[in-house]
Design a protein around this ligand. Structure first.
Ligand SMILES: *[C@@H]1O[C@H](CO)[C@@H](O)[C@H](O)[C@H]1NC(C)=O
Ligand SMILES: *[C@@H]1O[C@H](CO)[C@@H](O)[C@H](O)[C@H]1NC(C)=O
Length: 457
């Protein structure tokens, strides 16, 4: 059956152009196995869906995340950043031409158009935010589109909405959850003719199991009244810190949609705060401890913070500072002092089932064992998987109640085990409808008793 399906898929893929509608509404008709250039971490994402060096002919952007200690002299060693590519993945993305030669770690917007012209791939696959290409202005976009003779294939890694283009249309935008972007890359990999390895099914199963374990951890944390807060904390004197609105980040949305109690920021009323910006509340670090007098050591007044944070989700770009002993001295917040913190790989980076499973598996045990530190506060009932929640979030200082009936079901799609798939004749058929969906192995949502309620998603 499986053999039949893949033989047929080969036949079909050579005869019928596959179509992919991207996040700027452009329909791409794709034939065969085209070559392309893409962002480093998108190349790793697509490698989780089977991408090899036959189709990846170049990458742009940084290899490791900002702040990472990845050692490019010893490529066989992992960095301390779980969200960085593994050594094998680094080998993959550093073995093709790099169009951002000055970039290795962190923020990078370099793109060598001449080198791109020399490669002349069939496609350029790019990500961006709110309908705008990351790192490209319209001049450079025109140049590359001229070179390849086709539009760029665009995936928005933050928000969606047909009128969601640029800052001025922010109210037209809805925050994406990690699974939504993963499914887009999954579909893009198929549209690009990338042969799907069996590991994808296992990755999905792993993510589904990780989501269940995470949900249990979230329920345990909620029953203790624990609250998390996601932020980029700068503890140097007079610094500004940044607290994340959970609706704006695909990883935080995943956490919330699996029941994690995350505080929504925006509480600071001081003139020095800015609660009007996209994604973050900008807050002078000292304002996190409002009972500290000017110049008073935080250690004397840190037990009555602005937000009752029992568990920090630190922006992983600050890993090396946040987890250092010096940080406890500079920022003696009670949750920090008690070691109640977990990494938060902002933006996802590598956006695959496999990486989602890894993130959930790292954070779940920390969430499960966190204890409430500050006086309890009531949760707020919220449909965390709804469009309204993805647009507006909650009021400052609120966090969503635990309610499995509103958790996002897509995280619980467990493929049947191989045995079942084969013996049950689970090949559900071949659908040709704009996109050719090939030999889809029947999926079913694993419903144990606790998932008995119908969930809206
Ligand atoms: C567009 O970006 C390129 C490359 O970064 C830069 O050289 C150029 O000045 C920019 N053009 C405009 C109009 O901003
Ligand atoms: C930093 O804050 C301290 C205490 O409030 C103040 O005395 C000092 O002038 C500030 N330094 C700068 C560079 O703003």
């Amino acid at each position: 059956m499986l053999f039949f399906a893949s033989a047929l898929s080969l036949l079909l893929s050579s005869a019928v152009a596959r179509t992919f509608v991207d996040d700027r509404g452009v329909t791409h008709e794709i034939n065969g196995k085209p070559t392309f250039v893409t962002f480093t971490h998108t190349a790793v994402t697509l490698s989780h869906f089977g991408l090899g060096k036959d189709q990846l002919v170049g990458v742009y952007g940084e290899f490791a995340h900002q702040g990472s200690d990845f050692n490019f002299e010893v490529m066989s060693e992992e960095s301390t950043y779980p969200a960085d590519p593994t050594p094998e993945e680094m080998e993959f993305i550093t073995s093709v031409p790099h169009l951002s030669p000055s970039c290795q770690v962190g923020y990078c917007q370099e793109f060598d158009v001449e080198a791109f012209e020399a490669i002349k791939p069939d496609y350029l696959v790019m990500h961006g935010y709110r309908g705008e290409l990351w790192g490209f202005n319209s001049t450079i976009e025109k140049q590359v589109v001229n070179i390849i003779g086709k539009p760029i294939i665009y995936i928005d890694v933050a928000q969606q909405g047909s009128n969601c283009i640029g800052e001025e249309n922010a109210n037209q935008c809805t925050g994406k959850s990690m699974i939504e972007v993963i499914e887009q890359y999954d579909a893009l990999a198929m549209a690009l003719g990338i042969p799907r390895p069996a590991s994808v099914t296992q990755d999905k199963r792993d993510m589904c199991q990780a989501a269940q374990a995470f949900q249990e951890a979230a329920e345990a944390a909620q029953s203790k009244g624990v609250r998390a807060l996601a932020g980029f904390i700068d503890a140097t004197p007079n610094a500004t810190s940044y607290l994340a609105y959970p609706s704006d980040d695909m990883v935080l949305r995943m956490f919330e949609e699996l029941g994690m109690p995350i505080l929504h920021p925006g509480s600071c009323t001081a003139e020095t705060c800015d609660t009007t910006q996209y994604f973050w509340e900008w807050i002078p670090t000292a304002a996190l401890f409002p009972n500290c007098a000017d110049g008073q050591a935080f250690s004397e007044c840190a037990d009555t913070p602005l937000y009752p944070v029992d568990l920090w989700l630190y922006d992983h770009r600050t890993t090396l500072t946040f987890t250092s002993p010096d940080f406890r001295t500079a920022f003696p917040d009670l949750a920090v002092m008690q070691g109640q913190y977990a990494y938060w790989p902002i933006g996802g980076g590598i956006i695959s089932y496999k990486h989602a499973a890894e993130i959930l598996n790292i954070v779940a045990p920390i969430l499960a064992s966190a204890e409430r530190i500050h006086p309890g506060s009531a949760c707020t009932p919220a449909d965390v998987s709804s469009i309204e929640h993805a647009q507006d979030g909650l009021e400052p200082g609120q966090y969503a109640c635990y309610d499995e009936s509103v958790h996002r079901l897509e995280y619980f799609q467990c493929p049947a085990s191989d045995d079942k798939a084969l013996s049950g004749g689970a090949i559900s058929g071949i659908v040709i409808a704009g996109v050719v969906v090939l030999g889809a192995v029947a999926m079913f949502v694993m419903r144990q008793n606790r998932y008995g309620k119908e969930a809206s998603s």
